[in-house]
Design a protein around this ligand. Structure first.
Ligand code: PEP
Length: 256
């Protein structure tokens, strides 16, 4: 983390969990636990149907609300989809784009991810852009190339002003939901590569300001070490974001 230049962010990705009533309950449980954490922005990315309750329950506290996906078209015959403007009109601040589960199960290619980043940015949403390599790619030693390609494609057509609002999450696929965490040095290496990419494309000032998160089995017991690295500015948290106490422990580690 480097708070002199950029925000520390801990974002929960609830995935397909929690009903609207459970959303209200979990946020109400979380609120008092993270009261004195002014150095860290806490975000909960919830299912679409939970967004109104998440917004209501988080009113007046330090929790921001995000969605987990969007469609890149502004409107039209796309049954079951939700547009960027629909989200921004609700008052949503963040949206996760390019999560590996969307890439794996729902066909989100780098090109689609790019269209979604453009649509979200144009609507004033802050994308949390996920990139990450598979285990095979790591074993074949092509991690750096994979991440660079994902960034190159996802950020095509994004200017410096839009880039300043984008959060990038490095999520090695082999670490998501597996209990296996990247070592702090592995996370730092790739978060540093990401910042170098942003620097080369947008300049040092933008690169310094961009928050880069690590995601992949982050929990209370390993958060402090991961977050001690200079280019790791926070975390994207799956499993551990579903229990208020577990999530709050990570937020406190990030607030140190
Ligand atoms: C995620 O879904 O983005 C994630 C990092 O999950 P987990 O923390 O459960 O590995």
């Amino acid at each position: 983390m480097n708070r002199a230049y950029r925000k520390t962010i801990i974002a929960g990705n609830w995935k397909m969990n929690k009903t609207p009533a459970e959303t209200r309950a979990l946020i109400n449980e979380l609120r008092p636990l993270i009261q004195r954490t002014k150095w860290c922005e806490t975000v909960v990315c919830v299912p679409f149907v939970d967004l109104p309750n998440a917004l209501k329950a988080s009113r007046g506290c330090r929790i921001s609300v995000g969605a987990q996906n969007l469609h890149f078209e502004p409107s039209g015959a796309f049954t079951g989809e939700v547009s960027a403007e629909m989200l921004s009109s609700l008052g949503i601040k963040y949206v996760i784009i390019g999560h590996s589960e969307r890439r794996q199960y729902f066909g989100d290619t780098n090109e689609i991810v790019n269209k979604k980043v453009l649509a979200a940015s144009a609507a004033g949403l802050r994308p949390i852009l996920c990139v990450g390599e598979s285990l095979t790619e790591r074993e074949y030693d092509v991690t750096r190339e994979v991440i660079t390609t994902q960034l190159k494609m996802a950020l095509q057509g994004i200017d410096a002003a839009a880039m300043k609002k984008i959060v990038i999450a490095y999520e090695p696929i082999w670490a998501i939901g597996t209990g296996k965490t990247a070592t702090a040095d592995q996370a730092q290496e790739i978060c540093n590569l990401i910042r170098a990419f942003v620097r080369a494309k947008y300049g040092a000032r933008v690169a310094r300001a961009v928050s880069i998160l690590y995601g992949g089995s982050m929990k209370g017991s390993n958060a402090a070490e991961l977050l001690s690295k200079p280019d790791v500015d926070g975390g994207l948290i799956g499993g551990a974001s579903l229990k208020a106490e577990d999530f709050a422990e990570i937020v406190h580690a990030a607030n140190q």
